[in-house]
Design a protein around this ligand. Sequence first.
Ligand code: SDX
Length: 448
Amino acid sequence: MADTLTITDNRTGKSYEIDVTDETVRGLDLRQIKVEEDDFGLMVYDPGYTNTASCRSAITYIDGEAGVLQHRGYPIEELCEKSSYLEVAYLLVFGELPTGPQLERWVYDVTHHTFVHEDMKAFYRGFRHDAHPMGILLAGVGAMSTFYPDGKQIEDEEERYMAAIRLIAKMPTLAAFSYRHSLGLPYVYPDNDLGYAANFLAMMRRMTEIKYAPDERLAKALDVLFILHADHEQNCSTAAVRAVGSSQVDPYSAVAAGVAALYGPLHGGANEAVLRMLRRIEKVENVPDFLEGVKSREEKLMGFGHRVYKNYDPRARIIKKHVDEVLALTGDNPLLDIATELEKRALEDEYFTSRRLYPNVDYYSGLIYEALGIPSEMFTVIFAIPRTSGWIAQWMEMHGDSEQRIARPRQIYTGERDRTYVDVADREGPEKITGPPARRPVRARRGA
Ligand code: SDX
């Protein structure tokens, strides 16, 4: 049997042989299917790209049915147990686990690029005290393109390496600065004696101590969370990095597009939304009513559901194990009881099981962040820190792929055609607009 499709166009009776490669057909191969010779030809209409492969990638493999996640072939469970975030970042970027000397140089380079330009502090001072940290981070990452203009030389291997190092190294600093800004606290500079996750906690939490060393077990839990959030194939924010990066803009601007996409409550913003949801449920007894609200579509069960996983998100399983460990150190959180009851009942309810809705990576992660003393506005920022290594790895892979071109989707045009311009005096409509001009009061509190 040939690896082809035979398509018969019933509008013309013509048949076409379309190649099948990697379980896909090339969209362009459909353009030959026309009624009239001068027709444009068939396109694929796929809102949200639910069934469209945009690239070839060797970075992350997900089997949504089986709940499998592997980075460069290594199961996420093994990486969480045996590796570190910086080692996984190296694996994502270069494709192989580093040797001892390679890991030593990589960690040295990241550690010695954690400072940001002093002018970034002046830039941050322009934000309101209650500016959302993701909005500040988004601006900060975009501003990096102005501090490192040589990043535009995207064909230069050394510049690409430096962009990877700078983005991975400075993201925790930019994130911690955005947190300290929101509290009106002085910025804490990186401490090169600390590991990656511990250094981030120190930049968030150090006050008058000369040296601040967080509990190693908590730093380890955060490092595992960083591994779990490092990459996830062509999710919304990675697709944004690839699309923006396809214009050959510098990597800092492309990663800023990823930060913007991750900010959304349907994507990285879900972890913050889960905590708000659990607080609104308030107590375990309210769980049944809340789930009825979800089923009547008055609510959304944040932290549940996934475009790819139609089974338990393997990351949620690992995080839940660490929640118990962290809370044993930091003290119980009544929200965990609500989350556990909510999960239990949802997984027993046909409404959710029939829609293949299971907990995803965001469902339990917020409980750990809260236990680490991190405010919910910072949760998505914490997601952005490790996802930076995935974004830059995908950006590098895209630029090394000779098949890739500038992203420019087509459309189905539904508007008017060939209309004649009418002078404003001759246009039909209300004689005058009544009522006050549109005005929205500036929020009195932090924007959600
Ligand atoms: C992340 O893509 C990635 O890999 C993302 C991510 C990563 O690492 O990068 O894994 C990180 O973004 C995880 C997802 C975090 N978001 C949330 O937890 C927000 C809540 N989840 C949903 O909004 C939703 O499940 C999505 C956005 C995650 C997935 O949406 P899809 O694939 O477009 O699914 P859908 O909206 O078509 O839902 C299918 C059905 C619908 O029911 P019907 O209209 O067919 O009756 O399931 C329902 C939806 O209404 N549904 C939910 C639901 N999610 C889907 N109903 C209630 N609560 C939900 N959370």
